[in-house]
Design a protein around this ligand. Sequence first.
Ligand code: UT7
Length: 336
Amino acid sequence: MQLKNPKSINAAITAVGMYVPEKIYDNKYFESIVETNDEWIVTRTGIKERRILENGATSDLATGACEDLFTTTNVKPDEIDIIIVATISPDMFFPSTACLVQEKIGAKNAWGFDLSAACSGFLFALQTGASFISSGNYKKVLVIGADKMSCITDYTDRNNCILFGDAASAVLLEPTEDLNYGIKDSLLHIDGAGKEALYMKGGGSLNPASHETVDKKMHYIYQDGKAVFKVAVKGMADIAWEIMEKNGLKSPDIAYLVPHQANLRIINATAQRMGLSQDKVMVNIGKYGNTTAATIPLCLTEYYREGKVKKGDNLILAAFGAGYTWGSMYLTWSID
Ligand code: UT7
């Protein structure tokens, strides 16, 4: 394959796909299992319902999203060069979920890997995929955000169980030499100071699975919601603002903010900081809750399919999550 000057190649999203399971847990359901109510959940989070995968694993969600994507493009699975799966709920420690997806979709010429960055996972994976494309060495990269959050959710913990749902969404990255389109900039960060504010304590090499770790519920999400909320509000708003400033963008230049969907109040604070009205913010948290790595591509897919995103639209993607991890990305939409 001929190497090209990286500076002359942008990575552009050329196809999108999504998969959400059929089973719905609405707020009424949670009223029946923990002490909560619809009003509290909607006012504090914006969530009304989430999807739950009853049978199957994260690779099945991811495969569903890829199959949906392939119905919309002439690209065939055996043309895919790389598969990157952003997830914190892989089917197993190893092999990677990317391997499982590769086999299920028949991407027989691909290599790939999983990427763990929690709620910022899709953003980190998209930048990674874009770098492979810009290198000139790869032409087709599948970037997937997939999480089966229900498998690590404690449904007796009202602080957390109302927040999460299961979903997957995928995008195809291809090169474009028209630098007016595609991924133009990103700002990404990690800070391990947040490691104990949102994490899963057990199951890894620090606290391997044992009767004790199960008894102590160490295989579920632990979150200090209030602490994370405080840093997430500032972190996501600041990073979204910073990428606008860096690229000389004013609010009228931006068609949409595409925020990670963790809490409607965090989303609104970010939009406010950017000077964007509600109609310029992609929001579907009401229907799906927090699906971790899947939220951003799920928004992109739905809004594009509803005809709300047009070729040439400038988008700012922004996320904040466990780690801490956070970041923003500036891209110009390239699908007609
Ligand atoms: O996606 C990765 C990053 N994660 C986030 O960005 C999540 C950030 N955190 C949040 O979104 C919010 O902190 C939550 C939605 C998790 C919680 O909202 P909050 O406004 O921070 O509530 P809180 O934790 O301060 O709790 C307020 C009250 C407490 O009662 P007291 O102590 O004031 O009597 C909680 O016990 O609400 C109580 N509470 C509930 N009440 C009804 C907590 N969960 C529930 C519930 N139903 N499900």
